[in-house]
Design a protein around this ligand. Structure first.
Ligand SMILES: Nc1ncnc2c1ncn2[C@@H]1O[C@H](COP(=O)(O)OP(=O)(O)OP(=O)(O)O)[C@@H](O)[C@H]1O
Ligand SMILES: [Mg+2]
Length: 454
């Protein structure tokens, strides 16, 4: 202020003083000439008015304009500008005001961009998110949240959480967060249409700069898939333990009997036979488990090579034919001699053996089993058909699950562990192939395996 007024005021005060002194001196000289005195007063008035007008135009008017521009900026209009070059001071002031406006404009644009980015992140995150203030009012719910609970944003925003959140677990986590002022986690079931999903909600307190609780943020995850995997793992461990325990108990029991008591040779032979059969079963089970874990390893790689399909199947046919013969089944094959493919021959042999084994096992004497190979759309189709017991419609998708057996006792009698088709499915999947099951109870089953030729 000092700099602004010291310079303009000095010449103006000097000018006015000169006018007053000069007019005073002239009036003394005029000695009662009232017309002359009146003329001097008029001139004096005009000169002082001009000086004030000039001062007003140079400083007061631009200052009013500058003040208006700043007011516009206070209102949020950062495109307002102020230009004045009447004086050095005004020019500097206008430059600074315009620079400030430009900076504010940039900051606002950046802030807008950040806010938009944040909104888009919050809205596009798959998890549900809700923000509650210290009074319990919902301030924000994202799209993930509204989709999870099938509601609309306005249903939640501005309402008390315990009036709009349907689930008790959600009330609970908010209350505990406000009470203990620390993150709280809970799981609950959420019904969405006909399906039930497992959710996990984590509520965390929000503090202000004085460490006072200002609200809570809730993040909700859909953990249905995690729960499914957890259940699968638990079932798998339970199944493996069960499957291992059965033959081990049997082996141990017969071995103890053999050790402790006197037996005739025939009974002892029978016991040894059982022990041998059960230990064989145990070995098969362990081999299958190892095979499954090998196939499931992330670094598993197929040993692909070019081979003739007929030659590959010819290598496994004798044992299958022998098995079918033993069960008095008609076993037929139709395999063109000229089909070549680029795949893992050993793994495909396993597929054929497992499928043909099932067909033979689950078909009673006098039935028939056929193995046909053909080529279609750059894929090789292996079809194994039987006239056996068939699979119930609802059980078809389940036969590929580990340890699933339609009839556990029957399957166990045939030495089955319920891992054969799980292995088949894995091998087909790693080959990017496809497997189709057609079956009718008491009529028979056809399993078609499509494997890309290369
Ligand atoms: N061709 C078939 N006809 C009828 N049922 C079948 C046939 N193939 C499979 N199944 C059913 O599917 C279940 C699973 O088959 P999978 O081959 O996985 O196990 P498994 O034959 O019992 O034992 P293994 O692990 O020794 O093969 C069988 O227990 C059986 O109930
Ligand atoms: Mg099987």
């Amino acid at each position: 202020m000092q700099i602004l007024f010291s310079k303009p005021l000095f010449p103006n005060i000097l000018g006015i003083t000169i006018v007053l002194v000069l007019s005073g001196w002239l009036m003394v000289q005029a000695q009662g000439n009232w017309i002359f005195i009146a003329a001097i007063i008029l001139v004096e008035f005009l000169v002082i008015s001009i000086i004030f007008m000039q001062f007003y135009n140079k400083y007061t008017r631009p200052l009013n304009k500058a003040s208006k521009t700043v007011n516009e900026m206070i209102k949020g209009n950062y495109s307002a500008r102020f230009n004045n070059s009447n004086s050095e001071e005004m020019e500097q002031l206008s430059k600074n005001i315009n620079k400030l406006a430009r900076n504010m404009n940039e900051i606002t644009i950046q802030e807008q961009m950040h806010a938009e980015q944040l909104t888009s992140i919050i809205d596009n995150m798959k998890n549900g998110l809700a923000l509650i203030d210290e009074k319990g009012y919902v301030h924000l719910v994202n799209r993930g949240f509204t989709e999870m609970f099938q509601g609309k944003e306005k249903q939640y925003r501005g309402h008390l959480y315990y009036e709009v959140f349907e689930n008790e677990a959600m009330h609970d986590v908010v209350q505990k967060t406000f009470l203990y002022e620390e993150p709280v986690k809970e799981q609950f079931k959420n019904k969405r249409g006909l399906t039930k999903n497992y959710m996990e909600v984590i509520a965390a307190p929000i503090f202000n700069e004085h460490n006072m609780i200002k609200g809570a943020v809730l993040v909700i995850y859909d953990i249905t898939e995690l729960k499914r995997l957890e259940k699968m793992r638990k079932d798998f461990v339970a199944n493996v333990s069960h499957e291992l325990r059965t033959p081990i108990t049997s082996i141990r029991g017969f071995a103890e009997t053999l050790k402790e008591k006197q037996h005739d040779e025939k009974a002892a032979e029978e016991f040894i036979d059982i022990i041998f059969k059960e230990s064989h079963r145990l070995q098969l089970l362990i081999e299958d488990l190892l095979e499954l874990s090998r196939l499931e390893r992330e670094d598993f790689q197929l040993q692909k090579a070019d081979f003739n399909v007929k030659q590959m199947i010819d290598a496994v046919l004798p044992s299958l034919e022998q098995k079918a013969e033993k069960k008095e089944l008609h076993f037929t094959t139709s395999i063109p001699a000229d089909i070549h493919m680029y795949a893992d021959a050993e793994k495909l042999k396993q597929v054929i053996i497992n499928l043909a084994d099932n067909a033979i096992n689950y078909t009673s004497s006098d039935g028939s089993v056929s193995l046909n190979v053909s080529e279609k759309n750059n894929r090789v189709l292996f079809s194994i058909e039987d006239t056996g017991i068939g699979i119930e419609k609802k059980a078809i998708p389940r036969v590929f699950e580990r340890f699933y057996r339609m009839d556990k006792d029957r399957s166990r009698n045939t030495g089955g562990t319920g891992l054969g088709l799980a292995i088949v499915k894995h091998i087909v999947e790693v080959h990017q192939g496809e497997i189709v099951v057609e079956s009718e109870v008491n009529k028979g089953t056809a399993i078609h395996v499509y494997i890309p030729k290369d």
